[in-house]
Design a protein around this ligand. Structure first.
Ligand SMILES: [Ca+2]
Ligand SMILES: [Ca+2]
Length: 413
């Protein structure tokens, strides 16, 4: 009884694979067949002549497939390792490169090996001669990323990253940031120069995180900068560096309230006598996600009409924001009277590269007061429009920050 039962079990064990094979049509042939590698000699040097050999094979059922070369020392070099393949005909070209490196000249044994789901392994092999192989890897010499802490927010400080290298041979090069998640990639475009992309020589990249196009940069964090070069035969080189991105974003600020008035307590009207002072107050708000930088003179600083920010030695600072006053008939550059977006003592101070910088933080508002003593007649007419503006120096003046609240002022005698 037990014996019979065991016998039946054993028979079932014996035939089960065959039954499964019949169901999946695997019994129609050997696991691996039709293997060929042609030609049997290659010269992988990108001259267009026998640079690759074609490997063909047929799988009669699903298998894990490996293709490798055995060198004369018996070392295995995997071209494909344990790749899942379903039944079918396959062809793949092999140009001598394994793991991004060209195999040196020599005589090799190629092996195509398949392991089916039952764990049965079979292989076929033959000879492959490699000659005149181009084994020189493309090198990215002097690969550098500067600065390594990057604040893409148009404040004029560390807004751009420069990536440089010198390429030793013709290759396709891609440069990108890899996000802290290890997956997301941000490609970086090469700057156009005399040396075309992919040609040997010096290459440079200038990256601002997309902020100059009004786009949000990648999120703050620690990034890997990767440069990958692949030459014509498939030799591959990867170099990496790091880049910390912080306070990235498009800066946004506006004038939320403006009040141009006339310091004329005697009359209280719109006439400003020569020698009297035109005063204003306005409020600036940082409604963006990044701090905005500003510089002096501080809110409260008085101007005379024959002065300007240059005569006060507060020249334009690229990326800084200032409030300005301009007027109709101004013969010179726009907004000659400028002030910091707030009282400097009340703004956030940071020492950067040895200089004290002033910031209005996201969500922060600041009151700006200024005055201009009218000591000359600014135009030929006696009624002149004055208006305010919020200037992002050497970057732009947003439409809504230009020509704010124009007021006709009669310059009295
Ligand atoms: Ca060749
Ligand atoms: Ca910056």
């Amino acid at each position: 009884m037990f014996r019979d039962s065991n016998l039946q079990l054993n028979i079932a064990r014996l035939f089960l694979p065959l039954i499964l094979c019949w169901l999946t049509a695997c019994a129609s042939g050997p696991l691996l067949s039709g293997v060929s590698v042609n030609p049997q000699t290659i010269s992988p040097n990108a001259d267009g002549l026998t640079d690759v050999t074609r490997i063909s094979y047929r799988l009669n059922r699903s298998a894990d497939l490996s293709i490798y070369l055995l060198d004369e020392a018996g070392q295995r070099h995997y071209f494909r390792e344990g790749r899942r393949r379903s039944a079918g005909e396959y062809q793949v070209d092999f140009g001598g490169v394994v793991n991004g490196a060209m195999l040196p000249d020599g005589s090799y044994t190629w092996v195509v090996e398949a392991t089916d789901d039952a764990g049965q392994t079979t292989n076929q092999q033959g000879q492959l001669l490699i000659e005149n192989a181009d084994t020189a890897k493309p090198e990215l010499q002097g690969f550098s990323v500067y600065p390594q802490v990057f604040t893409p927010n148009q404040d004029g400080i560390d807004d751009r990253v420069t990536i440089n290298y010198s390429l030793t041979k013709e290759a396709d090069v891609s440069v990108y940031l890899v996000a802290p998640d290890g997956k997301t990639r941000y490609p970086i475009a090469e700057k156009e120069r005399e040396v075309k992309p992919g040609q040997p020589g010096f290459h440079t990249y200038d990256y601002e995180g997309g902020v100059d196009q009004g786009a949000d940069p990648p999120p703050d964090g620690l990034y890997i900068v990767q440069a990958e070069a692949v030459d014509r035969v498939g030799n591959r080189t990867l170099v990496t560096s790091t880049l910390t991105l912080k306070e990235g974003g498009v800066p946004r600020a506006d004038i939320v309230a403006a009040d141009v008035d006339y310091y004329n307590p005697a009359t209280g009207d719109q006439i400003v006598p020569l020698g009297a002072t035109l005063a204003f107050t306005l409020t600036v708000e940082n409604f963006g996600k990044v701090p905005i930088r500003t510089h002096g003179p501080s809110s409260g600083e008085p101007y005379r009409s024959d002065e300007n920010f240059n005569t006060k030695d507060f020249f334009e600072s690229s990326g800084a924001w200032r409030v300005g006053i301009d007027y109709e008939g101004n013969p010179s550059y726009a907004y000659p009277y400028r002030w910091a977006v707030g009282n400097l003592d009340e703004l956030e101070q940071r020492v950067i590269n040895g200089n004290t910088e002033y910031y209005l933080l996201p969500g922060q508002r600041a009151l700006v007061v200024g005055s201009i003593q009218i000591v000359d007649v600014p135009a030929e007419r006696d009624t002149v429009n004055f208006w305010a503006g919020l200037i992002h120096e050497q970057v732009r003046i947003d439409i809504f920050n230009d020509h704010v609240d124009p007021q006709p002022i009669r310059i009295g005698f």
